[in-house]
Ligand binder design. Sequence first.
Ligand code: GDU
Length: 573
Amino acid sequence: NLHKNLSHLSSQQVELAKVLIEMGQTHLFQHWAEPGVDDDEKRAFFDQIAKLNSSYPGGLAAYINTARKLLADSKAGKNPYDGFTPSVPSGEVLKYGDDNFVQFEEAGIKDARKAAFVLVAGGLGERLGYNGIKVALPRETTTGTCFLQHYIESILALQEASCSLAGGDCRAEIPLAIMTSDDTHLRTLELLEKNSYFGMKPTQVKLLKQEKVACLDDNEAHLALDPRNKYRIQTKPHGHGDVHSLLYSSGLLKIWHDAGLRWVLFFQDTNGLLFKAIPAALGVSTTKQYHVNSLAVPRKAKEAIGGITKLTHQDGRTMVINVEYNQLDPLLRASGYPDGDVNSETGYSPFPGNINQLIFEIGPYLEELTRTGGAISEFVNPKYKDATKTTFKSSTRLECMMQDYPKTLPPTARVGFTVMDAWLAYAPVKNNPEDAAKAGVKVDDPVIQVFNGQEVEVWSRVVWKPKWALTFSEVKRKVSGNCSISQRSTMAIKGSNIALEDLSLDGALIVEAVDGAEVKVGGPVQNKGWTIENVDYKDTSIPEEIRIRGFKFNKVEQLEKTYTEPGKYSLKP
Ligand code: GDU
């Protein structure tokens, strides 16, 4: 069939056909119609093949070869950690607010102007029960600010703080790259455009779309035809590890390197507390000169976050790497921990939890990607029909994770990690007032309430704009005297020059001020405040983003003040 069609193909299409034939993929052409029939579909087939070929480091041939090897290993039941013994690694453990922490934060802010940020946002919120893109979800309910806006405002605040430390004519613009996929690309672009990029220059933001990879039908890595169209290959997502090859193949990493940037910081779509941990974590990288620094939090055994583990091979090699949550337990059981993944006497797993916030030094990173072409260690997870492991229940594909990057690094690479308190660095939908408590505000203990069947500690709700404070020291500078906040209170600080002095809040307080307006807020503030109402996640009359949270505010009464003109003000009821 292909032979009959060959004379109708362009030379590029013939080349691609040759690759497929050489790689044992003749089945793709068996059902082809006579030349002259379905020509548009045939063209589209080759367009897709060209795309699959160019978007994978080494092309389709490399993809099929790797797939055959990994499928054979999987069939043989080969353990990817064969020969390795796990042990607990040592890293930098930070205590929020102590001298060490404050010094790391300072060092981090200083170098932030030499950083670039990369948000991986190609995944959908299927597990969440949310149909939109996750970066459009509100990060917290008090102001309703979405994740993407909060991330951008945090980066802009870092840029300003770092530049003002540098003095002189610092004009640094911290770049932001967002990895999207066919599932999220248009909606992410639309969210940015509709909101004028949330204050960032459009040229500062770069979207990199990841492509899906070909599905595989069997252990010989025969590419799977799309059940809906026999002239198309079925495709599925390849995973967040694509971010490395995209930064490389787009040339963006090289542009950043040539512009004198030194750090690249990766983060995920919905971690609302993360930026509170960024200055100190970056400070650890700059101080310790880590090539790779992963952020971690204490991990409860069996929690769905990977464990950072030191692996020592029989031949003496060692590496510190994330072992994904589904693999940690079997690895431990197979190597002298008969109980597997369990908590120690501290109440936590001895292996710190990877939150997939990674900081790389750009120089060594670019060197490594130049060597590998952006390829990263992959895995395959076929669901077999039976114990013979010869047929699959449905097609499979290769997958990759961004935190596997260090797997191919030479032993000389400086790979470390930084452990932070979980409430500071990782809690996707929780606001935390404890920072304020440690900065000199008395915050009432939480009460327990149940939302969507889950017990939650409900604290007072305190939210501030990133430009109000990025670091512990800055929070401390802006809070003075005896401040206190009752459990049922809600406070939003929207402005950079708002100082809290002897404030005792029992109710709701919203203060907004333009740059240039200096506001002192103090005295007793008491009102009926905002009450929390339960929302049933099954109630489809309520918007999805509220239903998945299980609550909404009833804004009964608040003190709300907005200062639109520069000047000095005092808000003391
Ligand atoms: N993502 C992509 N492309 C993909 C798949 C995912 O960009 O093809 C993005 C998602 O949008 C998200 C991030 O990658 O921003 C992570 O995806 P998931 O939330 O689905 O990741 P998991 O929860 O499976 O696990 C990851 C790490 C774990 C742990 C955990 C913490 O693999 O080790 O760190 O996040 O949230």
